[in-house]
Design a protein around this ligand. Structure first.
Ligand SMILES: Cc1ncc(COP(=O)(O)O)c(C=O)c1O
Length: 369
């Protein structure tokens, strides 16, 4: 049977979610329609909004449903920039491409970008952030820093970031896609302006997500149309998807600490844990294997029916050195020798042991290729 250790790419629908989703899909009605069928769909959507708000720790009016993480990040970043006072974006080169590419798009259109440095364990330099904000806050449009890195699992102290920015009234956007459900992400306590979420990283369906937008924040929409979602995100609302997302959000993730410890214990003799001693979520771990190509290891493991990844699955199947590890100062060769493993509710100790048993031969073969 396949050993699936790629939950950070996408995690299977949880049984509770599948049941709620299939029920919800049977309800006919556009939530914006005035007739009873429409109003029933609207009630389902609004209930899902309230349920998600309760888990996220925000007001229900702050939940804007979207099609997932990429759209939510684009809406947060481009939407904040369009309302900006300044022209400077402060971010990091280790962000997911949904953020990086949106920022680089704005850069081509004239934005200035300050790329924050980080330690070789992937921890953002908050002193540098503080210095840049002190000097250039008047020119700063916003800060964008992800809550949890989806390749290394490193946790950014987002409340500290937001507190630094708040001294100057600078809004902060955070990609919370890898964090939500896996570490404490209370929105009200975070001080964020916007936070991006996606359902499919925690057992919800692909194609559903949300941007949490604080009441004080104004955004220019990406889409114009029917005025749905407070005119921040036009388009017929996905009431069934929202219900499934709410169910996934409410269903707690298991404690992955024992699996993390087992994986570190079994794999460390062979490879280097990329986050070292930096604080991280227990469900995402990446290792580099000196002299072995990550791509070859991935294929060899796949032949052994073990699914892992080299990092982000979102680079459309193109094998490249991990931009995250490059940002952390790894050489091109080391950044090309990474494997990421990520756990979900279905993961067992046997899965981790199967990977650890397969790895010595896989690494040795990959070193010869
Ligand atoms: C941290 C992070 N942000 C954004 C995304 C993009 O989310 P989606 O696939 O829902 O568009 C992903 C997906 O890999 C991710 O891991």
């Amino acid at each position: 049977m396949t050993v699936y250790l790629d939950h950070a790419a996408t995690s299977p629908l949880r049984p509770e979610v599948l049941a709620a989703y299939t029920d919800a899909l049977q309800l006919v009605g556009n939530p914006s329609a005035i007739h009873s069928a429409g109003q029933a769909a609207r009630a389902m959507l609004e209930e899902a909004r309230e349920r998600i708000a309760a888990v996220v720790g925000c007001d229900r009016n702050e939940v804007i449903f979207t099609s997932g993480g990429t759209e939510s990040n684009n809406l947060g970043i481009k939407g904040l920039f369009a309302k900006r006072d300044g022209n400077l974006i402060i971010t990091s080169a280790a962000e997911h491409h949904a953020v990086l590419d949106a920022v680089e798009h704005l850069e081509k259109q004239g934005a200035e970008v300050h790329w924050l440095s980080m330690t070789d364990e992937g921890v953002i330099d908050l002193d540098e952030l503080s210095r840049v904000l002190e000097k250039r806050h008047r020119e700063t449009a916003f800060v964008a820093l992800m809550w949890v890195n989806n390749e290394t699992g490193v946790i950014t102290p987002i409340a500290e970031v937001a507190a630094l920015a708040a001294q100057y009234g600078v809004p902060v956007h955070s990609d919370g896609v890898a964090a939500f459900g896996h570490t404490e992400t209370n929105f009200a306590a975070s001080g964020l302006a916007t936070m991006a979420l996606a359902a499919h990283k925690l057992g919800g369906p692909v194609g559903v997500g949300a941007l949490i937008v604080s009441r004080a924040t104004e955004l220019v929409p990406l889409f114009h149309g029917g005025g749905q979602e407070r005119s921040i995100r036009a388009g017929t609302m996905n009431a069934a998807g929202a219900t499934a997302f709410a169910t996934a959000a409410e269903t707690p993730q298991p404690d992955f600490v024992a699996l993390e410890e087992l994986a570190v214990q079994l794999i460390s003799p062979l490879g280097k844990l990329t986050r070292g001693n930096a604080p991280g979520v227990p469900n995402i771990l990446s290792f580099t294997f000196e002299g072995a190509s990550g791509e070859s290891m991935l294929f060899l493991l796949d032949q052994a029916e073990i699914s892992v990844s080299n990092g982000s699955a979102c680079t459309a199947g193109v094998a490249r050195a991990s931009h995250v590890l490059i940002a952390m100062g790894f050489s091109e060769a080391d950044a090309s020798s990474a494997l990421r493993i990520s756990f979900g509710p279905q993961t067992t100790a046997e899965d981790v042991k199967a990977l650890a048993e397969a790895l010595p031969k896989v690494v040795a073969t990959a070193r010869k290729i």
